[in-house]
Design a protein around this ligand. Structure first.
Ligand code: NI
Length: 176
């Protein structure tokens, strides 16, 4: 397993539409391991492959929290290959979202409160899962990445432009 650099806004690759995975083989499982290690290290609760510059429809998520008196880390990774949302609730919920590709910026986004997602698991088996709460939001956020959509695209133009401006400035500074 290896840590990978995470692409940052305004990297154009974050706008790519990722390609479907043909088969969940060892190469894809290695990719998922790298993604998970990179996500835990960041730390974050979700990562799409394009965020480490791999344009494949692969997502890893872990919304488990540290629990217990000994601060033991509870891990519950979810691996989603070629995921598709097949059902959404009418009910909407709003969460403050962030993104490892847009560090230190958080904003509230309204999305369907519950979703059903169909995907291939780590073994390549078709699965369906119902999600609510923060997991439902995280799934929608990560699946957006596969279509080149970022959470700031759900904000008002004013807010989005402000964030873009800030990150364009940071990127320029990195080049100077
Ligand atoms: Ni993100």
């Amino acid at each position: 397993m290896s840590l990978q650099p995470i692409l940052l806004l305004p990297d154009n690759r974050l706008r790519l539409i990722s390609d479907p995975v043909r088969a969940v083989d060892d190469g894809v499982r290695t990719l998922m391991d790298d993604m998970l290690e990179t996500m835990y290290d960041a730390p974050g609760i979700g990562l799409a492959a394009i965020q480490i510059a791999v344009s494949k429809r692969v997502v890893v998520i872990d919304v488990a929290k540290r629990e217990g008196e000994e601060q033991e880390e509870v891990k519950n990774p979810i691996y989603l290959v070629n995921p598709e949302i097949v059902r959404v609730s009418d009910e909407i919920s709003t969460y403050e979202e962030g993104c490892l590709s847009i560090p230190d910026y958080y904003a509230e986004v309204a999305r369907p409160a519950k979703v059903r997602v169909r995907y291939l698991d780590r073994a390549g088996t078709m699965q369906e899962m119902d999600a609510d709460g923060v997991l439902a939001t995280c799934i929608q956020h990560e699946l957006d990445h596969l279509d080149g959509v970022l959470f700031i695209d759900h904000l008002s133009r004013l807010k989005r432009d402000r964030v873009l401006k800030r990150f364009n400035k940071d990127a320029k500074r990195r080049l100077d």
